[in-house]
Write a protein that binds this ligand. Structure first.
Ligand code: GDP
Ligand code: MG
Length: 448
C-alpha cells in the first residue's frame, strides 16, 4: 500500500524536518500512482497533485513522523476535503412536491437508487413519496420501478412506453400536487453511452419539471470513463448532487474524485448493495482512505492532529500538582516544549540541572534536541494505553515484548526505551518533591 511504499522511500531521508521541493517529487510520484491505480482520471490526478504539492511544501514534519507520512496525511486531508465538500442530504427546500430528477448512464443504478432514496425519504425524513419512470424505451424498466417502489413503501405513478418523457413527468407532477406528495422522484431512460438525442430529451424534461435536485448517478466501477460521462451530464444539466453506486464492489472508487472535480456537485450518497437499504451517506474521510489504498490512514491522521493540537500548559500544571503525570503527559510536554522553542533541550538536561544548576551550552542543546526527537518517537510508538499506564512497561508481565515492539516501531534500541522510562521515573520522583510549581515552571526557570 501507499504508506509502505512511502515509508520505504523516506528511509533515506530520516531527520529531514520539512517537505521540500527536492524530497517531495518522489513521494508525489507514489501518490500519483496510487490515484491512477484507483482509477482517478489523469487530468484530475494532475490537478489534484498540483494542489497537494502547494499545500505540502514547507509543511513541518512533527514528532516521529517522517516527511512521507506527513505528505500522506496532507494528501488524505485534501482528498477528503475535495470529495466531502457540500451538503450531504437531499435538498427538499421547494414548494411541495420537491422534484428530484435522476440522471445517468444505463446500468448506473438509477432505478435502484430511486427506490433507495424513496425509502430514505420515507424512513428518515418522514416524507410522502411518489415515483415515476420516464424510461419509455424499456417497458421492463417501468415495471422494475413499480416493483422496487413498492418494496420501499412509496407510491408509483404509472407511465406507458408510447408517451413522451416530458408528458409523463408533467402528469406525475400534477398527480403529486393534487395528492399532497412531498417528493416526486423522476427516474429516466438509460443511455449506454452519451447520445445527443437522449441528452436533448433529458434537458427538455429538466426544463419542464424544474427539479430542486438533479442527481447524477454514477457507477463507482466505471473508473476512467466516469470523467467523460460526468462531463457530458454536467454540460447538459445543472447537477446538484452525485450518487456513487456499487461501492460494495472491489474498485478503489477513484471515480468519486474525478466526478466530484468535473461536476462540481457534492457526492451525497453511496450505493453499497443491490438491496433497497443499501444506501449510505457518503463518507469522504473513509473513502479517501480507500482511494489511497490504505486502511490505517485514520490513525496516522490522528497522530498528526494530536501532535499539532498541543496541550494547554495550564491543564498540565494542574496534572503535575495532583501527581497524575503519565507518559501521555510526558509526550504532550515534549510537544509543548517544541512549541515553546528554546526550552527543548531541558527535558534531557533536567536531572543534572536540578542538581548542578548550570546553564546548558549550544552543543548540549543540540544534542538534547536530537534526544528529545528520539524520545518523542519512542513515546509515539507506544499505545495510548501504555502511555497511560507506564507500569505495563516497567513491571508488567508483557513488558519485554512491549518494549521490543516499541523499539522496533521507533527505530531505536531497547536500551533507548529503558533510558526513557528511567527518565520518566526520575521525573516522577522529582515531581513528588516539588510542591505546586510543576514541571513547566521549573523548566521556564532553567531556560531563563
Ligand atoms: P439503471 O439502468 O441506471 O436504472 O440501473 P439499475 O438501477 O437497473 O441497476 C443496474 C444494476 O446495478 C442492477 O442489477 C442493480 O441491482 C445494480 N445496482 C445498483 N446499485 C447498486 C449498488 O449500489 N451495489 C450493487 N452491488 N449493485 C447495484
Ligand atoms: Mg433504470
Amino acid at each position: 500500500n501507499l504508506t509502505d511504499r512511502l515509508s520505504r522511500l523516506v528511509k533515506t531521508m530520516r531527520g529531514q524536518a520539512r517537505i521540500t521541493e527536492s524530497n517531495v517529487q518522489d513521494m508525489l510520484r507514489e501518490v500519483r500512482m496510487a490515484l491512477l491505480e484507483a482509477d482517478v482520471a489523469l487530468p484530475v490526478v494532475r490537478d489534484f497533485i498540483a494542489r497537494v504539492k502547494e499545500k505540502a511544501l514547507g509543511q513541518e514534519v512533527v514528532g516521529s513522523l517522517n516527511p512521507g507520512q506527513v505528505l500522506v496525511s496532507v494528501v488524505h486531508k485534501e482528498l477528503a476535503a475535495t470529495m466531502g465538500e457540500g451538503v450531504a442530504d437531499i435538498n427538499l427546500a421547494a414548494q411541495p412536491p420537491a422534484v428530484i430528477l435522476m440522471a445517468g448512464l444505463q446500468g448506473a443504478g438509477k432505478t435502484t437508487t430511486t427506490a433507495k432514496l424513496t425509502k430514505h425519504l420515507i424512513d428518515k425524513r418522514k416524507k410522502k413519496v411518489l415515483t415515476v419512470s420516464a424510461d419509455v424505451y424499456r417497458p421492463a424498466a417501468i415495471e422494475q420501478l413499480k416493483t422496487v417502489t413498492k418494496q420501499a413503501g412509496g407510491e408509483w405513478f404509472p407511465s406507458e412506453p408510447n408517451q413522451k418523457p416530458r408528458d409523463i413527468a408533467l402528469a406525475a407532477l400534477d398527480h403529486a400536487k393534487r395528492h399532497y406528495f412531498d417528493v416526486l422522484l423522476v427516474d429516466t431512460a438509460g443511455r449506454l453511452a452519451i447520445d445527443e438525442a437522449l441528452m436533448a430529451e433529458i434537458k427538455e424534461l429538466h426544463a419542464a419539471i424544474n427539479p430542486v435536485e438533479t442527481l447524477f448517478v454514477v457507477d463507482a466501477m466505471q473508473g476512467q470513463d466516469a470523467v467523460n460521462t460526468a462531463k457530458a451530464f454536467k454540460e447538459a444539466l445543472p447537477l446538484t448532487g452525485v450518487i456513487l453506486t456499487k461501492l460494495d464492489g472491489d474498485s478503489r472508487g477513484g471515480a468519486a474524485l474525478s466526478v466530484r472535480q468535473i461536476t462540481g456537485a457534492p457526492i451525497k450518497f453511496a450505493g453499497v448493495s443491490e438491496k433497497i437499504d443499501g444506501l449510505e451517506v457518503f463518507d469522504a474521510d473513509r473513502h479517501a482512505g480507500r482511494v489511497l489504498g490504505m486502511g490505517d490512514i485514520v490513525a496516522l491522521v490522528e497522530q498528526v492532529t494530536q501532535a499539532v493540537d498541543l496541550a494547554d500548559a495550564q491543564a498540565m500544571a494542574e496534572k503535575l500538582k495532583t501527581g497524575g503525570f503519565d507518559l501521555n503527559d510526558f509526550l504532550q510536554q515534549i510537544a509543548q516544549m517544541k512549541k515553546m522553542g528554546g526550552l527543548g533541550g531541558l527535558m534531557d538536561k533536567l536531572p543534572q540541572n536540578m542538581m548542578g544548576n548550570k546553564q546548558p551550552g549550544q552543543a548540549d542543546m543540540d544534542r538534547a534536541e536530537r534526544d528529545m526527537k528520539r524520545m518523542e518517537g519512542i513515546l509515539r510508538a507506544m499505545t495510548a494505553k501504555e502511555r497511560a499506564k507506564p507500569a505495563l512497561l516497567m513491571d508488567g508481565k508483557t513488558k519485554a515484548s512491549r518494549k521490543k515492539r516499541i523499539a522496533a516501531g521507533a527505530g531505536v534500541q531497547i536500551q533507548d526505551v529503558n533510558r526513557l522510562l528511567n527518565q520518566y521515573d526520575q521525573m516522577q520522583g522529582m515531581m513528588k518533591k516539588m510542591k505546586g510549581g510543576g514541571l513547566m515552571k521549573m523548566m521556564k526557570k532553567l531556560g531563563g
